[in-house]
Design a protein around this ligand. Structure first.
Ligand code: NAD
Ligand code: DAU
Length: 331
């Protein structure tokens, strides 16, 4: 089986490549990745000859056509993925998330290749803290940021290509991932690497915002379940019942790294900051029999902290630039 994995040098995509090679002896993998600031070939270092890395843009129709033509499966992770960046400059979000997805869909349509689309729970907007409802596959789309609106648009393109052109596609919308190889601009690795550098963690606003945390390996086992057994044209929500507010997460990072749990700073809040995300994963559990393996957040977080402590060469080159950018916006 020949899989084309877009964004395979990024956080979730790289973990997906590692897991695919370990679990699927019959698979060969081509990674298509533009190697933006978020893509790191070192995340794929040491993998066997079943992986080929092609540096290129998902919005390049000729390149995409040639790669899709040779694939049995496309798993589309590539995206501009960070909300804060989308507030500073939405332009690459429109090009990559919308035009890039369109380019892949057209190639998939021409060559009739199975396609899985990776998306986010942020397409549903946010929930009140006390809302008893969680997001389901039927929740109306209501995205808040340039990032989430371009992801929502990309999902709608996939749905239209299924209905109008009959492409064989599935979609998954997952909650917040944590684990190894996550870029240090993101919340958890930013705080871990700050503490390694002797800097206090930075909490946006009051820290009451809730995210529904899932280990990246659990996200990826769910993606494979959907590829193997999901119904064509359907959407599956992926989450592991991991709701926590940001203050709780920062306090746990501090505790696990041997610091006073109160020793963090409040910084400027994110404009339009979504309050709460929460996933109802009933369809995934009941229809596909998926179960998360990393149900203990404390243990998963401790492993993640160890990974950043042991892999400073991987993240250190980007730390100063990331922090300078945040400092310029009071964060
Ligand atoms: P990431 O930013 O770590 O990685 C994105 C990758 O895409 C990078 O390797 C980058 O070089 C590549 N890329 C960007 N633009 C490209 C282009 N035009 N052509 C080819 N490659 C390009 O992102 P991530 O956190 O790994 O997210 C992967 C996917 O999962 C995204 O679609 C994101 O929306 C989705 N998602 C992420 C989370 C999360 O918590 N991180 C949760 C749910 C869904
Ligand atoms: O819900 C899925 C989404 O999760 C994905 O679609 C996105 O690609 C991914 O980036 C993530 O989006 P968030 O905006 O929730 O993640 P981020 O890591 O940027 O922030 C998590 C929470 O932590 C959010 O409420 C903002 C807050 N935060 C973030 C940073 C970087 C802080 O309090 N301090 C920080 O320094």
């Amino acid at each position: 089986m020949r899989a084309l994995i877009t964004g395979g040098a990024g956080f979730i995509g790289a973990n997906f490549v590692h897991q695919t090679l370990a679990d699927r002896p019959d698979a060969s993998v081509t990674v298509l990745d533009k190697l933006t600031y978020a893509g790191n070939p070192a995340s794929l270092a040491g993998l066997d000859e079943r992986v080929t890395l092609v540096e290129g843009d998902i919005a390049d129709p000729e390149l995409v056509d040639a790669l899709v033509k040779d694939a049995d499966l496309v798993v589309h992770f590539a995206a501009e993925s960070h909300n804060d960046n989308s507030l500073n400059d939405p332009s690459p979000f429109v090009t990559t998330n919308l035009v890039g997805t369109f380019t892949l869909l057209e190639a998939v349509r021409r060559h009739q290749v199975r396609y899985h689309h990776i998306s986010t729970d942020e397409v549903y907007g946010d929930l009140e803290l006390n809302d008893p409802e969680r997001f389901t596959e039927h929740t109306p789309y209501n995205p808040s940021s340039p990032y989430s609106s371009t992801k929502a648009g990309s999902d709608l393109l996939v749905r239209a290509w299924v209905r109008s052109f009959g492409i064989e596609a599935t979609i998954s919308n997952c909650s917040n991932n944590y684990g190894p190889y996550q870029h240090i601009e993101k919340f958890i690795p930013r705080q871990i690497t700050n503490l390694i550098d002797g800097v206090r963690p930075k909490l946006y606003g009051a820290g009451q915002n809730v995210r529904d945390w899932i280990h990246v390996r659990d996200h990826n086992t769910a993606v494979w379940k959907i590829i193997d057994a999901g119904r064509i044209g359907e959407t599956y929500l992926i989450g592991a019942d991991g709701e926590k507010n940001n203050k709780e997460v920062v306090e746990l990072v501090l505790e696990l790294m041997g610091h006073d749990p109160e020793d963090y700073e409040h910084v400027a809040d994110r404009p339009g900051h979504d309050l709460r995300y929460a996933i109802d994963n009933t369809r995934l559990r009941e229809e596909l029999g998926w179960e998360p393996q990393f149900e203990d957040f404390r243990t998963g977080l401790a492993d993640t902290i160890r990974w950043y402590q042991e892999n400073q060469d991987w993240w250190r080159p980007q730390k100063a630039e990331v922090e300078a950018k945040y400092a310029a916006q009071g964060q």
